[in-house]
Write a protein of this length. Sequence first.
Length: 403
Amino acid sequence: MSERLVIRLGGQQQQPVNWVVFSDKDQEIIASGQLNDAAELDNLTEQAKGRTVQVLVSGGEVNYFEVELPKSNRRQALKAIPYMLEDDLATDVELLHFVYPPAEGDKQGVYVCAKQQMVQWVDWLAQAGLVVNSMSVDYLALPYNDNAGLSALQLGQDLLFRQTATQGCTIDLQWSDVYIQRITAPLEAEQRLQVANYGVDQVIESDKVDWQAQTLQMPMQLLACGIQANPVNFLVDEYAQEKEQPITFQLWRHVAVVGVIALLLIFVEQFFRAQKLEQQSVQLKQQSEEIYRQLNPGVKRVIKLKSQMRKQLGQLSGGSGDMQLSNMLVTLNKAFKQVPTIKPASIKFDARRKELRLQAEGDSYQQLEEFKRVLVGEYSVTSGAMNNTGSKVTAALTMKVAS
């Protein structure tokens, strides 16, 4: 991302929070400001959207040490460093967070910060909904020159000093003269400390210090540019943050989730539909078997309904393979469709006489006569007695192949 949100946190929640949104492409500030305290970090949520978020923490909460490492088994030696420094630390090793910059020859630097302080910083940012890409100490974002002495910057009531590529400090403004006296004490009488002044309002007057004014920039702009070259990241081990996915990935992930849900719903619908069809199939089978038993009272068990029906049909047709019964049934089906009010009460086929006897039921004599006329077109049809039973009229019809 070409735009970055850089935030500088103090050691206490009530301390002011400086921030800047910087464009690497245009090398300019997009927005900047100062929050009253860390409780207002949620005001930066909108500024963080779509941007890399980098955090600088007060160097006053971080100590720096150097130890010599053996040329072999350096990985094992790194694990032992906390215990090698145990005598120099005022706190139990288990309560401290150790961060290792790249080693320089046989010397290994180590930054030490209280875990309680790390937890506070991480919690402030998490409560504001800020996903942080890196966290480093503020003085390491100052410019550094091997041939120069110190780099100095004033940020509110804090003074930031950078001594070497890995060392520096952040102190309260009121302790600046004490710090200058201590750092210049080892100098010979003719030596002077060169300090690159990037914006210290009131320089400490000393005959051993040569303050060299640099091109003025906004303090947070200077730190935003310097943090890019800083390889130290405190968000390691238990404080490592999950990487924020690109916006496009998040959008496609949402689409994919919706797609999966839609497919799942389709599968569920198909499953229940199949279950319903299976239930209907079972019900139809049961109904078919029940009708078959009613037509064949002597049958106690239906194993293969289709086979048994074919067998019964063969018996009805005399077992001769004659197609007359089938043809008559086809004709009857057509007649029932043309006169749907006529219903069959019973059907019996006499294979020897080659005739089909039908007991039909309708609403009126006219309907039965119409039904008979449909059959007469293909067969010889004789009708027996017609009876009126309440609202229904029944008649016995005999179909025979016309001679």
